[in-house]
Structures are given as C-alpha cells and as structure tokens.
Design a protein around this ligand. Structure first.
Ligand code: ZN
Length: 84
C-alpha cells in the first residue's frame, strides 16, 4: 500500500488524497504525477519483500531444524551420563 508519494520534479512528499484533490498534479509545482510508475515501483518492492520474507522463512525453518537436532543430541548425551 502506498501511503505517500514523492513528486519527481520538486521532491515534495504528499498523500494520495492530496494528489487526488489536486487532480493528479503536484500541489507544490503543479507538475503531473503519473501513478503508473509508482504502482509498478510499488509492485517491484512488494515482490522483492515477498522474496525476502520467503527467504527469511526458509532460514527460520533451517534454524528450527538445527535447534531441534541440537536439543535431540543434548538429550541423547544426557541420557548417556551416568546417574549420580
Ligand atoms: Zn512537485
């Protein structure tokens, strides 16, 4: 979701509402702002974030597997310890 957009000409940040209420022109310099570019950029960002999230999830799964194995090894070692 795009919360604010930046004018490509003057750099002013504005909300979508502010842009819409000014007929799609920058409220500061009145240049026309094409939302299409912003949308494709937002979609690219979204895709990249989803890929990173998937990777993080994968790492998380690997971590849990490693931890479970370590706990199992620890339990096995404890079971081997002589009592007393
Ligand atoms: Zn502007």
């Amino acid at each position: 979701m795009i919360k604010s957009i930046q004018c490509w000409q003057c750099g002013t940040r504005m909300t979508l509402d502010a842009l819409a209420s000014n007929d799609g022109d920058c409220p500061e310099c009145e240049v026309e702002i094409h939302l299409g570019e912003y949308l494709s950029e937002a979609l690219d960002t979204n895709q990249r974030l989803e890929a990173e999230l998937a990777k993080a999830h994968e790492y998380g799964c690997q971590y849990r597997q490693e931890r479970n194995r370590a706990q199992a090894e620890l339990a096995a070692l404890k079971a081997q310890e002589p009592i007393g």
